[in-house]
Design a protein around this ligand. Structure first.
Ligand SMILES: Nc1nc2c(ncn2[C@@H]2O[C@H](COP(=O)(O)OP(=O)(O)OP(=O)(O)O)[C@@H](O)[C@H]2O)c(=O)[nH]1
Ligand SMILES: [Mg+2]
Length: 201
């Protein structure tokens, strides 16, 4: 039995304070800390998951959103298979900045065809009451800027966090140039009967 597996690099981009680190921590270790420090540079964590029969090792890269750390984060964009453009629904400026993040990624990641690159948009902190960005205007932006999937997430109460990362994997697996990179890995089928004795090889 052979299951296809692949190492996929997913990168989180967005303004400082929108919840990128919190989303990664929620997804990987199912934890939430309301007093996280600002990220400086980048950090990454791995998570194994199974999506539609594919065993995937997701390498999640979390980046510093603050402007002063731009030169520390941009060298790590290259080689990303998917980009999670993240804003916070209680911060209208972080939503308005999505286009800048998309452009910054496309420039430094040196992607062949930015229009076909798999972006997923996350509107985080949907648990808060004082929203500044409606679901409708976020969905409209996603439609008008590439037909990107949009997820309303909360790292605080885990709403849609797994769904968003799993969709990122699906988008990559369905993009034609990625599928050929899947590394078929043989797995030992423990319940298979050993061959009748005879030649040893
Ligand atoms: N209510 C609520 N607060 C959140 C959520 N996600 C993150 N926060 C809080 O928002 C603040 C910033 O979260 P971070 O995860 O550090 O944000 P970041 O995008 O990594 O910020 P930088 O590292 O500066 O880029 C922290 O106090 C978090 O606890 C959420 O879904 N809901
Ligand atoms: Mg952070």
């Amino acid at each position: 039995m052979t299951t296809k597996s692949s190492l996929l690099k997913v990168i989180l981009l967005g303004d400082g304070g929108v919840g990128k680190s919190s989303l990664m921590n929620r997804y990987v270790s199912n934890k939430f800390d309301s007093h996280l420090f600002h990220t400086i540079g980048v950090e990454f964590l791995n998570k194994e998951l199974e999506v539609d029969g594919h065993t995937v090792t997701l390498q999640i890269w979390d980046t510093a959103g603050q402007e002063r750390f731009r030169s520390l984060r941009t060298p790590f964009y290259r080689g990303s298979d998917c980009c999670l453009l993240t804003f916070s629904v209680d911060d209208n400026q972080s939503f308005l900045n999505l286009n800048n993040w998309k452009k910054e990624f496309a420039y430094y990641a040196d992607v062949r065809d930015p229009e076909k690159f798999p972006f997923v948009v996350l509107g985080n902190k949907v648990d808060v009451t004082d929203r500044q960005v409606s679901m409708e205007e976020a969905q409209r932006w996603c439609q008008e800027n590439g037909g990107y999937p949009y997820f309303e997430t909360s790292a605080k109460d885990a709403t849609n966090v797994s769904a968003a990362f799993e969709e990122a994997v699906r988008r990559v697996l369905s993009s034609e140039d990625r599928a050929e990179h899947l590394l078929p890995t043989d797995t030992v089928d423990l319940c298979r009967k050993p061959r009748a004795s005879g030649s040893c090889c």
